[in-house]
Design a protein around this ligand. Structure first.
Ligand SMILES: *[C@@H]1O[C@H](CO)[C@@H](O)[C@H](O)[C@H]1NC(C)=O
Ligand SMILES: *[C@@H]1O[C@H](CO)[C@@H](O)[C@H](O)[C@H]1NC(C)=O
Ligand SMILES: *[C@@H]1O[C@H](CO)[C@@H](O)[C@H](O)[C@H]1NC(C)=O
Ligand SMILES: *[C@@H]1O[C@H](CO)[C@@H](O)[C@H](O)[C@H]1NC(C)=O
Ligand SMILES: *[C@@H]1O[C@H](CO)[C@@H](O)[C@H](O)[C@H]1NC(C)=O
Ligand SMILES: *[C@@H]1O[C@H](CO)[C@@H](O)[C@H](O)[C@H]1NC(C)=O
Length: 260
């Protein structure tokens, strides 16, 4: 019973109520988005059918969630003893700057993303989770406080930003849930796997790297290690040719949060 309620709230609701489609006006001109979305809704549909057949209550047991492993080179695994606390889909932009040198590479300025609670999806429907960054990439946020992640109805669980150029920060304190605060430093980075979504409508310069971050002084909620995986989009062009002084590139990713 509880299970079907959860299914309705987390999955069905989007199929039943019309989500705000910020891109629908020229959808026909965006075959890639249409393909991504149609796969997503087909998957949702089949999960809903499965849910109807299941008699048991939902178990959003984080022990069932398995973080994707980067290939060909994996990231260092979470430190032994840490426990998965939260999984979020991050949706926002990577920001870059360019100077006068047209052959130089853009310089990363940081990122700004809104985080959406995907813990239950991670523990229950890993295939659906893996599709979400690419699906979410097709919808720009209307504000950084957008309550749910289009076209799903995953609820906001926090914000990701840079407190200075080298400190990615996660604030997982929202009115409904406080999971902690985590300024971080980068520990490891590997290229996104071949075939990762390159950007909106399949145009773009590739997916940002997968990362392992370690929290630094000031972290709360027991947060120790954070991974960015299953990235979609976010890379800048190879050079600054024709680029403005600062610009942003749309991206989405899964963030996995481990606590002590
Ligand atoms: C939201 O996140 C918390 C912490 O990870 C988790 O316990 C809860 O089940 C999540 N809710 C959903 C709907 O995923
Ligand atoms: C422009 O950037 C390229 C690539 O980084 C570098 O080789 C070149 O020296 C730079 N030119 C100037 C004038 O700084
Ligand atoms: C990224 O760009 C957005 C929009 O211009 C801006 O609001 C944000 O402050 C920028 N973030 C960083 C880290 O530069
Ligand atoms: C999202 O915003 C970017 C600007 O950052 C714009 O170029 C792009 O067309 C928008 N995409 C959609 C799907 O609205
Ligand atoms: C950035 O912030 C971190 C954490 O507050 C601090 O340790 C570091 O010194 C700062 N770096 C710069 C260049 O300000
Ligand atoms: C990454 O973290 C491990 C321990 O957690 C440490 O041994 C290693 O030096 C770190 N590497 C970098 C590049 O920070």
């Amino acid at each position: 019973m509880l299970y079907s309620i959860w299914m309705v709230s987390a999955l069905c609701a989007t199929a039943l109520s019309a989500p705000t489609l910020t891109f629908s006006s020229d959808a026909a001109a965006r075959p890639v988005e249409m393909k991504v979305l149609s796969e997503y809704f087909q998957m949702l549909g089949s999960k809903v059918q499965e849910g109807k057949k299941m008699a048991q209550a939902p178990v959003c047991n984080m022990n069932n969630a398995v973080m994707p492993v980067a290939s060909p080179k994996p990231l260092p695994p979470p430190t032994a003893g840490l426990v998965l606390k939260h999984v979020a889909i991050g949706r926002g932009t990577q920001n870059y700057s360019c100077g006068a040198n047209q052959t130089a590479a853009p310089v990363a300025l940081g990122a700004l993303a809104t985080l959406y609670n995907a813990s239950c999806v991670a523990s229950t429907y890993p295939t659906l989770l893996a599709m979400l960054p690419n699906v979410a990439l097709q919808f720009n946020l209307t504000t950084t406080n957008q309550a749910t992640l289009s076209p799903s109805n995953l609820a906001i669980s926090g914000h990701h930003y840079f407190s200075n150029a080298s400190t990615p920060t996660f604030n997982l304190d929202t009115p409904s849930l406080d999971l902690g605060f985590a300024p971080c430093s980068k520990n490891a980075s590997v290229s996104a796997p071949a075939g990762a979504p390159v950007g909106q409508d399949n145009k773009g310069n590739g997916a940002v790297a997968w990362l392992k971050l370690l929290t630094i002084d000031g972290a709360t909620g027991g947060l120790e290690e954070i991974y960015r995986v299953n990235t979609a989009g976010g890379n800048p062009p190879a050079t600054c040719a024709g680029m403005p002084a600062t610009f942003e590139v749309q991206y989405a990713a899964e963030y996995w949060f481990y606590e002590s």
